[in-house]
Design a protein around this ligand. Structure first.
Ligand code: ADP
Ligand code: MG
Ligand code: MG
Length: 199
């Protein structure tokens, strides 16, 4: 697969649309193990990005990541704003001036996003955060085995974890068998990639 600006634009537009569509559900997950605002936070950035692109569509491939990063950093708030914002910014940096990405280059960019979240969040896999969705998604993407089904499996595995980072960690054992809202929104991010790439 060749990843172009158009494909990436479609990817992030689909992601934004999914976030807006799933806003209530994402906040519902966050009501159970957090403070109930994840859907609202994410939908704010998503709407701002859609509005921006309706006026001025992105020109270069890296613009897609950069503009999404700006909207998430300035508009989303909470823990998720800076974390997704950093991920998108690191992806933009990995892309640089390239206007097309090979599969391997796409994997490199997504990995850079994952590392950005880890660094910004001082977090790691196994703590029941968005990282636990990103890690298997990146692995599956690398093996060319990323599907809606593998994403569902990844989210289900995340449910079983006990939260040790972020607000959900205050719940301790009571976070087990609940859905992490950030992992759920990250699933939408990778679903949007699958749909945009039709792979
Ligand atoms: P807040 O917790 O500030 O209200 P959100 O509700 O928007 O922010 O986002 C919560 C999500 O952010 C969690 O479900 C989790 O996936 C993710 N998260 C929180 N802290 C971290 C961290 N340190 N590293 C990675 N992800 C994190
Ligand atoms: Mg919250
Ligand atoms: Mg909050």
């Amino acid at each position: 697969m060749i990843v172009t600006k158009d494909l990436t634009h479609k990817w992030f537009t689909l992601f934004a649309e999914k976030v807006i569509q799933e806003k209530e559900q994402l906040s519902e997950y966050d009501r159970i193990i957090g403070d109930g605002d994840h859907g609202m936070n994410m939908a704010r950035g998503a709407q701002q990005l859609i509005t921006l692109w309706q006026a001025v569509p992105p020109v270069h491939l890296s613009d897609v990541f950069k503009q999404a990063a700006m909207k998430w950093i300035s508009g989303v708030g909470g823990a998720s704003g800076p974390l997704y914002g950093t991920a998108f910014l690191e992806m933009a940096k990995a892309v640089g001036a390239k206007e097309e990405l090979s599969n391997d280059e796409l994997v490199t960019a997504v990995k850079a996003g994952f590392e950005g979240i880890k660094k910004r969040g001082k977090s790691d896999i196994g703590q029941k955060t968005m990282l636990d969705l990103w890690a298997p998604a990146v692995q599956d993407l690398e093996k060319d085995e990323l599907t809606m089904a593998t994403l569902q499996t990844a989210l289900t595995k995340t449910n079983e974890l006990k939260a040790t980072k972020g607000r959900a960690s205050f719940l301790g054992d009571r976070s087990i068998n609940e859905v992490d809202p950030g992992a759920a929104s990250s699933k939408l991010f990778f679903e949007a990639l699958i749909e945009a790439g039709e792979f």
